[in-house]
Design a protein around this ligand. Structure first.
Ligand code: SF4
Ligand code: SF4
Length: 420
């Protein structure tokens, strides 16, 4: 795993950037207004408007979080304004490698997803389920109170919203509803930012989860920095989103702004680093449980569980009970992983004792059996498991290898070629 960060001047990251702001004022023929914004309306915010939007979320009582740079990576964290966002930050990602670079271009969202996902906000890595203590002669149980403030996310990526949608099917809308997760999700506000610069590890366009987004958000922003200045095309996808925009200094979106958004998305799709052939993938993996590639990947896999910890859709957990000398008891739910030997422990021993069986379980669940359980893919193409695997194992490469050596796939390709 190569991992480093280099910092250069961040001169372009001030709210009062003279060059950018002067250019924006000089070329914008659109009057700035503070009128009410309607559901589905498209407006343009400048940098100060975005700053006011973040401030308004706090005024409305939200606990506001967005992407911040911490420990050399872009991760979710508390924000109070655009000054907290990763200004001029860019990333380079590859199998087993993640690096930040800094520039003074003033762009706020020119990076792809880092190791931390929004999953942790709704499904924390370690969470108290209940505690109990002796009161007199009886044991009294209590559950932790839900946080008073609802969460507002600014700057989630389309693939991350797709990942939350996958988790919703498991933890909110499924047969075994998790009340804590469901309550946090139902109260959350999400302002998504479409992707302009996917990493070399990204393949959201293969999974239909990015780089753009059309539904499921409160607000959707697209960052544009061209001859008309640095600005954000913003679409209101809910009444709450429209209410947040209302009263902020904004401009009506022109055709030129919508065309600029289209160019951003086209460019992003064209630079997508990876591709996954999804047609027939679930059945491909189902009929290749004995493929020799599983043993090959096990030679490289460390069973470290990094891929499951960074994955925004993995939801396996374990339960830990502790007691203290005073007799108090606590039960916590903690993240677990199918790469952990104990994870498949049944009475008498673990079921998946080999690394090959554990890797196969993870990958076939993501791309095949998740469909049977939840009627969706368990993978949204964020590429985190590729960048954060210390030995650079690549889920797209493994799937492509099995497809290329699968008799049925080869026969199908031959028959398509002969037919054409
Ligand atoms: S399996 Fe990998 S690429 Fe797919 S969602 Fe999980 S971390 Fe992202
Ligand atoms: S695939 Fe990579 S990240 Fe996942 S357990 Fe194996 S070595 Fe660790």
């Amino acid at each position: 795993m190569a991992w480093s960060a280099s910092r250069a001047s961040s001169a372009g990251c001030s709210l009062n950037r003279p060059t950018q702001n002067a250019r924006a004022v000089a070329t914008s023929n659109n009057p700035t207004v503070t009128s009410k914004v309607a559901l589905s309306e498209v407006v343009v915010l400048r940098l100060d408007g975005l700053d006011s939007m973040v401030a308004k979320l706090a005024q409305l009582g939200f606990d506001t979080k967005g992407p911040v740079v911490r420990d050399g990576a872009v991760v979710p964290g508390p924000i109070t304004g655009v000054g907290d966002l990763p200004c001029g930050v860019h990333d380079e990602q590859a199998p087993g490698s993640y690096q930040l670079n800094y520039s003074d271009d003033g762009r706020l969202f020119d990076w792809a997803v880092g190791p931390g996902s929004w999953k942790a906000e709704f499904f924390p890595p370690s969470q108290e389920v209940w505690r109990a203590a002796m009161v007199g002669d009886s044991l009294q149980f209590s559950e932790p109170a839900a946080p008073a403030a609802s969460l507002a996310i600014v700057g989630a990526r389309p693939c991350e919203l797709a990942a939350l949608d996958v988790l919703d099917r498991v933890l909110k809308d499924g047969a075994h509803r998790d009340p804590v997760y469901a309550e946090r999700r139902e109260r959350a506000f999400v302002a998504v930012v479409e992707c302009a610069t996917p990493a070399a590890t990204c393949f959201c366009s293969s999974m239909g989860t990015g780089p753009g987004i059309e539904v499921g958000f409160d607000l959707a922003l697209t960052e544009i920095d061209d001859a008309d200045g640095h600005r954000f095309v913003v679409r209101a996808g809910s009444d709450v989103g429209a209410n947040v925009l209302s009263g902020l200094a904004h401009e009506a979106a022109r055709d030129e702004d919508l065309e600029a958004r289209g160019r951003v998305l086209d460019k992003a799709a064209a630079r997508m680093g990876r591709h996954l052939q999804t047609e027939g993938l679930a059945s491909l993996l189902a009929r290749n449980v004995d493929h020799p590639r599983w043993a090959d990947v096990a030679e490289r896999c460390l069973s470290c569980a990094n891929c499951t910890l960074v994955c925004p859709t993995c939801f396996c957990s374990d339960v830990r009970d502790t007691t203290d000398l005073g007799g108090a008891l606590q039960r916590r739910r903690v993240w677990s992983s199918c790469f952990d030997l104990d994870h498949s422990y049944l009475h008498g021993g673990a079921v998946r004792t080999s690394a090959s069986s554990r890797y196969r379980q993870w990958m076939t669940h993501k791309l095949s059996t998740w469909w049977d359980q939840f009627d969706t893919s368990g993978c949204v193409g964020c590429g985190r498991c590729i960048a954060w695997c210390p030995v650079g194992i690549d889920i797209t490469e493994e799937a492509a290898f099995i497809a290329a050596s699968d008799d049925a796939t080869t026969a199908n390709a031959v028959s398509k070629t002969s037919a054409s």
